[in-house]
Design a protein around this ligand. Structure first.
Ligand SMILES: Nc1ncnc2c1ncn2[C@@H]1O[C@H](COP(=O)(O)OP(=O)(O)OP(=O)(O)O)[C@@H](O)[C@H]1O
Length: 553
């Protein structure tokens, strides 16, 4: 910010230096210096509120400077042009009001002050040509004086505003007036986890998230909506969801990349709201898009991050080598990261996240673009983190990956957790039950297989079962409302009678569970149209656990 104020004052100073005659006369010079200094003073604390309003990171000086320049030049120019309509009283009156209102912008105060001083100097010069002396004190209230006073006051006001925004005064105040209501149909596992967090049952967990929410400016619906979870040591927790479900936003809040709208979270006991530096010391993050420097080698990256993480100088080389070996980067460690393939960049990003043994490792789609061999390699690296007694939170669109690594997972839809538990639990609870595939043989050689008896048998034995496929000699059914034992018992008992040559019974896959939930994801303005397992029917209802169906007669 200090840099910003100095540089902005310098830019303006350089501009005005080109027109020495206008500003550097003995009368104008002190006013010019005061204008520039007070501009820096008032615009600096305005940067944070501006970045908040325009949704630009407060470090994006170029964007914010462009916005400043735009406001400054346009507001000053408009009032200057309006002054040219001397015969239009209404317009002049409007301009007077406008000039008073625009004083709330330091950019206007500076721009308009410079224009007024230039005009003053021009008038002085004209008088001088006729041998008369004419000069107005630039510090007069109606001249530059009021601009200076306003900028001095604005410095204080914007500073206080910045503090209030940083300490979330407005958010807490507004949110406490209109707290978002929890979904009445929240899944019982998700509700149980919420209860566990509320009751302090997650005190020992490495990661605790309590009612964490994020609503982006200009958006009606929260990107993340009051999520609660605790991740203990030794757990690889999966965060699944379709594009736009809110996974990356959750990570960004945990890493401090984006502000939290409400709620809180802590990593290894440090709050992300008040101790973000300690959180960073205990967290490794592999972002969705590789944040690596093209000109540094893989090894140099690991050296750099090991240093940033506070690894003792004598240990850095060993730690960097560990990362290189762990992720299989030995061949490329000495090359510039800009020359790496997409998969190798992901490996390097993951190695950076793991360097220095942080208690929590956040991995946002780490294996995207990796070949199967590299993926296995990375899985092994993640497994070793878990076995070390640390915790991993992983997002992935590969169900195979989640099945291989995750001890528990959630499926996120529209910023909320829709289900939570182990993979087997979710398959059982939300899966489409079992899939029975039967191959029917012909009753006599030369005849076509008769599928009718098997079809009649399935419909009578498993009411509600759904025929998924029917071919020359093959039938496939989806059975939601029966136990595995009963399916086997009935099929085996009738195998001969129905001419079943062979058969298989398989459980629903995690993909199917995911797809069922993914249908709930909607755009900002979409209605929530859900589609449970009833084929083709578009009905507005929630996905109910299969156990509910199983309990029905
Ligand atoms: N900077 C932003 N400003 C406004 N809205 C945003 C911003 N970043 C994300 N969003 C919105 O927030 C929602 C969640 O986005 P997020 O990137 O967290 O989803 P995601 O689950 O990580 O998706 P993906 O799988 O594609 O990475 C989306 O609706 C997205 O459009």
């Amino acid at each position: 910010m200090i840099n910003y104020s100095i540089s902005s004052a310098m830019v303006v100073g350089i501009f005005v230096a080109f027109d020495k005659k206008c500003y550097t006369s003995p009368t104008n010079l002190p006013a010019l210096v005061a204008l520039l200094l007070l501009y820096g003073w008032s615009v600096t604390p305005m940067m944070y509120p501006m970045s908040y309003i325009f949704n630009v990171p407060s470090t994006a000086y170029v964007s914010l400077s462009c916005i400043n320049l735009f406001i400054g030049i346009n507001s000053s120019a408009i009032t200057f042009i309006l002054e040219l309509f001397e015969n239009n009283r209404a317009l002049l009156q409007f301009n007077d009001i406008l000039k008073k209102v625009l004083l709330i912008f330091p950019h206007f105060c500076l721009g308009r002050g410079l224009i007024d001083m230039a005009m003053n100097q021009a008038v002085t010069d004209v008088y001088a040509r006729f041998g008369e002396e004419y000069s107005i004190d630039p510090f007069k209230w109606d001249f530059v004086g009021r601009n200076l006073v306003f900028m001095a006051a604005e410095g204080f006001v914007y500073f206080i505003l910045t503090l209030l925004i940083q300490y979330r005064f407005f958010l807490d105040h507004w949110l406490s007036e209109s707290p978002s209501t929890l979904d009445k149909h929240e899944d019982n596992d998700v509700a149980q986890e919420r209860e566990r967090i509320y009751n302090g049952g997650s005190k020992e967990d490495i990661l605790q998230i309590r009612d964490l929410s994020k609503t982006y400016p200009g958006r009606r619906r929260p990107a993340v909506d009051r999520i609660c979870v605790g991740v203990p040591a030794g757990e690889c927790f999966g965060l699944l969801g379709v594009n736009g479900a809110g996974k990356t936003t959750t990570f960004k809040m945990l890493t401090g990349d984006t502000d939290v709208s409400s709620g809180q979270a802590s990593v290894a006991g440090y709050s992300i709201l008040t101790n973000i530096l300690d959180v960073h010391q205990n967290m490794g993050y592999c972002p969705q898009f590789d944040a690596i420097d093209d000109l540094l080698t893989g090894r140099e990256h690991l050296f750099l991050y090991a240093r940033l993480r506070g690894v003792p100088e004598s240990e850095i080389a060993r730690v960097a080598e560990w990362g290189i070996q762990k992720l299989g980067l030995s061949e490329y460690a000495g090359r510039c990261a800009g020359t790496y393939s997409g998969g190798n960049k992901r490996k390097l990003s993951t190695a950076i996240a793991m360097i220095g043994c942080p208690a929590l490792v956040l991995l946002d789609e780490p294996t995207t673009g990796m070949d199967p061999h590299s993926r296995r390699f990375l899985w092994n690296a993640i497994m070793s983190v878990i076995q070390d007694g640390r915790a991993v939170v992983l997002t992935s669109h590969s169900m195979e990956e989640c099945e291989a690594l995750c001890t528990r997972l959630v499926i996120m839809v529209n910023g909320t957790f829709k289900c939570l538990g182990t993979i087997q639990h979710l398959k059982y609870k939300f899966g489409d039950g079992y899939v029975v595939t039967m191959k029917i043989k012909a009753a006599k050689p030369g005849l076509a297989p008769d599928l009718n008896p098997a079809e009649a048998f399935m419909e009578s034995s498993f009411p509600g079962c759904m025929q998924r496929e029917k071919h020359y000699n093959t039938l496939q059914y989806e059975i939601a409302s029966s136990s595995l034992a009963r399916i086997f018992q009935l099929v085996v008992a009738n195998k001969e009678k129905l001419n079943i040559e062979d058969y298989s019974v398989s459980q629903t896959t995690l993909d199917q569970v995911f797809v069922n939930f993914a249908k709930q994801q909607s755009g900002e303005d979409d209605d929530l149209v859900l589609h449970p397992r009833a084929a083709g029917a578009r009905r507005e209802m929630k996905i109910s656990p299969v156990s509910d169906l199983r309990n029905k007669p």
